[in-house]
Design a protein around this ligand. Structure first.
Ligand code: HEC
Length: 146
């Protein structure tokens, strides 16, 4: 079927006017909205854009991302969560027991790593960590689960 040009243009305009379906990220502390705009110098990767839309981490199972995530985890997280994620000063990240309600979902992990939780769990976006790096770390943590 041929669609006339005015009809095609109208359809495009309508599609663009519809609000984009996107995940609303909320603080683990008080459910207030999180500002997920880029930090200084950050350019969103396709993985980050897709995650904002779907809440699904495109890096799950991706060997390169998991290797990069492992390095970031060892540099930034293992001091409190242990190299195998079994927990120490911070909670176990690989069992099913969570401190924060959404921490067993990728969106919840992202919210907590990006914007912090209680006590020693600081917001890593304030320490220069990009959202792409956060997704790599989450892919690594997921890979630790038995
Ligand atoms: C200085 C210690 C410390 C460091 C470093 C740290 N965390 Fe945490 N983390 C904590 C503590 C303490 C909590 C518990 C927070 C709470 O009670 O809300 C926590 C909570 C979490 C949770 C939620 C767990 C749950 O069950 O609710 C995740 C996910 C997490 N951390 C991931 C990370 C990642 C990834 C990194 C590195 C980028 C990191 N943490 C670095 C101490 C730390």
């Amino acid at each position: 079927m041929r669609v006339s040009r005015p009809v095609a243009i109208l359809a495009l305009v309508v599609a663009m006017a519809l609000p984009a379906l996107a995940i609303e990220f909320k603080s683990a502390l008080d459910d207030s909205p999180i500002d997920v705009s880029p930090i200084k110098g950050e350019t969103f990767t396709d993985a980050v854009k897709s995650f904002h839309d779907t809440g699904k981490n495109p890096y799950v199972g991706n060997a390169d991302a998991i290797a990069a995530g492992k390095k970031l985890y060892n540099d930034n997280c293992q001091v409190c969560h242990k190299p195998d994620g079994s927990g120490g000063m911070g909670p176990n990240l690989v069992d099913d027991i969570v401190v924060n309600a959404r921490a067993n979902t990728d969106v919840g992990k992202f919210e907590i790593i990006h914007s912090g939780a209680a006590g020693a769990m600081r917001p890593f976006s304030k320490r220069g960590m990009t959202q792409d790096q956060i997704l790599q770390i989450i892919a690594f943590i997921d890979s630790l689960k038995k």
